[in-house]
Design a protein around this ligand. Structure first.
Ligand code: A3P
Length: 299
């Protein structure tokens, strides 16, 4: 992949309203094929709002299922090829649908950032397992801001205060954080095959979260193996690992900000001013007043 020049490397895409949420064309160009995607009953959908720990959990799952049986995958295929990003249509690699259709593995691990109402219906019809990861709104905002700065398939974020205002107004690709995390939370009431995870829990005790994933998935992975996986998915190892750190995808400029940036809970304190924090808290209370969903902004 290295050396391939991304055609519109220096022109950012426009954001537009699509099916009720802000989007860029990279995630809508292949819409018909996305909506008609044929899920299989053993597919596992990894769903997140962007920057909630998608890559972290993708790698955990990939190691749990294929770490031993297909070790060459770990050294030769970047994570975004092993776990296709369903709605993506980037010029440099096949579409997410093509990659998923051609995955040789069982189960297939598939990633999406679509809000719950836009997930292709075959996933629900096939009763697929869904692993959802949520991250507290403040750290999620900070991470998304830095991601938009360095990622040419995303619109320009502007400065931090502009970005934060847009974020509170839900003007981000994939829509409002609030609706996304609450949408999947509510979905659990009607659809029990969702494992709802929190980024903060993974930072607090990664091993425990690997354990919980195994029990949701019905895996009886030996404990030494789980310990090995917990070490392999540590921030420092993933940052060093060219197959998990996105260094081979030529749409990101690591000179601006690396993909594996900090991996912390509470970095929002280094970005929010006192006034921004007060406004955010007030707005948050209003937006989240009807849900039982709770987040931690510290661990
Ligand atoms: P930061 O920008 O706060 O560092 P996604 O994969 O959904 O795009 O999420 C990316 C965020 O998850 C980034 O957050 C990244 O550093 C963090 N992350 C990825 N792997 C991690 C790991 N093993 N441990 C902690 N954080 C991780």
């Amino acid at each position: 992949m290295e050396g391939i020049d991304f055609p519109s490397m220096h022109s950012r895409p426009e954001m537009f309203e699509f099916e009720g949420i802000p989007m860029v064309h990279y995630f809508t160009d292949n819409w018909e094929n996305i909506q008609n995607f044929k899920a299989r009953p053993d597919d596992i959908l990894i769903a997140t709002y962007p920057k909630a720990g998608t890559t972290w959990v993708s790698y955990m799952l990939d190691l749990l299922y294929f770490g031993n049986t297909a070790p060459e995958r770990q050294t030769s295929l970047p994570i975004y090829m092993r776990v296709p990003f369903l709605e993506s249509a980037f010029p440099v690699i096949p579409t997410g649908v093509e990659l998923a259709d051609n995955l040789p593995t069982t189960p297939r691990l598939i990633k999406t950032h679509l809000p719950v109402q836009l997930v292709p219906k075959s996933f629900w019809e096939q009763n697929c397992r869904v692993v959802y990861i949520a991250r507290n709104a403040k750290d999620n905002a900070v991470s998304y801001f830095h991601f938009d700065r360095m990622n040419y398939v995303q619109p320009e974020p502007g400065d931090w205060s502009t970005f934060l205002k847009n974020y509170m107004d839900g003007k981000n690709v994939f829509g409002p954080w609030y609706d996304h995390v609450c949408g999947y939370w509510e979905k659990k009431n009607a659809y029990s095959n969702i494992h709802y995870m929190f980024f903060e829990d993974m930072v607090e005790d990664t091993g425990r979260e690997v354990e919980r994933l195994c029990s949701f998935l019905g895996l009886s992975t030996p404990s030494e193996e789980k310990e090995r996986i917990t070490k392999s998915v540590h921030f420092d190892s993933m940052k060093q690992n060219n197959m998990t750190n996105y260094s081979s995808l030529p749409v990101m400029d690591f000179k601006i900000s690396p993909f594996m940036r900090k991996g912390k809970v509470g970095d929002w304190r280094n970005h929010f001013t006192v006034a921004q924090n007060e406004q955010f808290d007030e707005h948050y209370k209003e937006k989240m007043k009807n849900t039982t969903l709770q987040f931690r902004t510290e661990v």
